[in-house]
Design a protein around this ligand. Sequence first.
Ligand code: SF4
Ligand code: SF4
Length: 356
Amino acid sequence: MKTLYTGMKVFHFGAKLDSLGREISAILPPVHIRIKPTNLCCHSCRYCAYRSEGLQLGKDMNDRDTIPRQKMLEIADDIIEMGVKAVTFSGGGEPFCYPHLLEVVQRLAESSVRFAALTNGARVTGEIAEYFALHATWLRVSIDGWDGASYARYRGVSDREFDRVLANLRQFRHYGGSCHVGASIIVDRENAGHVCQLVEKLRNTGIHSVKISPCIVSNDGRQNNEYHAPIFDRVKEEVARAAGTFAGDGFEIFDSYHRQLDSFQKVYTWCPYLQILPVIGADQNVYSCQDKAYNLDCGLIGSIRNRRFRDFWTDGKDKFFAIDPSRVCNHHCVADSKNRMVLEYLQANAEHLAFV
Ligand code: SF4
Ligand code: SF4
């Protein structure tokens, strides 16, 4: 099987890369857009990054914002017309709580735009679930508790919700189709000793993969590492045991549990990735990335409330260079290593390119 998680995917979009610089006049569409259709959620996770005090993410989020149906259909039409390659629906809130999701993905499925979703899995049921199973590229369910009681503590839901989510995953796989179904386990001090047990339950639903990542507790890398230090070795043992016991026969385990850099300091002054993978929020604003969604002071590229996304995107390049990462992005950033690779690629001396 070929690699799902690699920061090198963007190098398959050479024309886009070559259009990114300030001195180039061309503006090409984003390759991939994250859309947060609604900020409403049916869970109430105690660690939710969008609702945690002290984390930059979600700072200016209004829990009740939802993209109106007509606006969402207009965005879908623009995405298709512009030639955007992929859309991921995610939170803010829970995308499967958005009442128009089926209509939107049906429209995307009639085009070449691929789509996927990040979800808590609770509403992945019925017609929308079957449509995703048959037409989406991937679906990833976030999960933390390892049984009914622990899941309820994490998420402020009933003890029965854990079994319901696993049943939803099982049913999703029964629909058939080629949608890759993964789960994402966010590890903290409470579930650190239950990773292997949870991986087994997830594998038994028939899903394809599990990704294991650290919970981010601070904008400061050193504080994150201090939080994880007492559990780090134990989690690594759990992951190794899970991989040794359950990986194989079409089931993969991705170990993304790692120490953070001590400092999230950036040295570059513009962000290539915000032209590659921007975010459209439920407030109808376009943000630079998932780490700065709902940050009006330093993550906002602009508003599409009163204009079409395609017109906003192609109307001038200055907006793409207004965010200076060396000043305002000194926090966790999923695109950092990819930004550094793209900037190095763009800085290569044209006279010397042939000397590979
Ligand atoms: S399911 Fe996701 S969006 Fe909803 S509260 Fe939990 S972490 Fe937040
Ligand atoms: S550098 Fe990272 S955090 Fe800053 S805008 Fe770009 S992707 Fe977002």
